[in-house]
Write a protein that binds this ligand. Sequence first.
Ligand code: FA5
Length: 328
Amino acid sequence: MTPLEQLSQVVAEAKDALASAATVAELDTVETHYLGRKGQLTGLLRLVGSLPPEEKPQFGAAVNTRKDDLTALLTEKKAELAVGERSARLAADAVDVTLPGRVYPLGTQHPITRQMQAVKDVLIGMGYQFNEWPDIEDYHYNFETLNYPPDHPAFDEQMSFYVDKTHLLRTQTTAFQAHVMERQKPPIRAATIGKCYRYEAVDATHSHTFHQVDLLAVDEGLTLADLKGTFAHLVRLLFGDVEIRFRPDFFPFVEPGVEVAVKWGDGWLELGGAGMVHPNILNAMGIDSERYTGFAWGLGIDRMPMAKYGIDDIRLFTENDLRFLRQF
Ligand code: FA5
């Protein structure tokens, strides 16, 4: 084969390879193989040395012309393939804007959260200031400042979860009283609402975790009548026109103490304890009990929505069963 014939053969092969390349990547391979620095056509130029001098320029020119032709063909085809590949990529990434959207269900407030908000609204409306206090409480605030003698039998009713020797999960929001009176002197209108914890046998009306709202008012001339009026106002706004009942009860931090309830259906719904702040507590906090008196209450929250919605088991509130929760 003469060098010119070899050139024709390589060019023919190159054109076939170019024609059958289906992607830009395949074209790149063809380009390297025929036109690259170590490619076939470049290799043919080395044959120039073996030619008679008069044929050398002609052959060199022929190789270069064919190289240019092939380069032009390759560039053209590469551009075509690139366009096709780009549209294929775009088609694959296309978003169907006519598909229906995803529905994210809206949550609702937990019935206990709603009940707490309703109670807060009423008491804030009466001028009480709400603050949050620790759930992990010092023994001192949960019991000592509340006039409990060290061997008081009420301790048995309020067995708690101890975190260490002196810290426990608070058993009653009444623990907030000394925190408030350490920071504020009369007139006081303070309240707090939140979780309480007791180590007790759980049943349909007793949970290990429940909620209370505690209230503390200290001022000149406050009497049990003020306590009753305040309670009656709260009850009227929460439950409507229902009877209320005060019965004597004992708590070491009040004197006298009462248990408060509202008429509900055929029975009475016990809401909590209340009373006049014990003079020992006022005096211990540096408040003159000859001049000032106070009243306080601690009401359970959980039984309010239980009565209102006819929920017969307190455990439903914390089980996170959506079939229950979706009803509110
Ligand atoms: C107290 O906790 C007193 N601190 C209330 C108090 C405050 C009296 C201020 C005087 C002055 P008692 O242990 O009775 O009292 O609880 C009050 C209310 O909390 C109960 O009537 C009940 O509604 C609710 N409660 C108590 N224990 C549980 C429980 N395990 N599960 C659900 N609710 C509870």
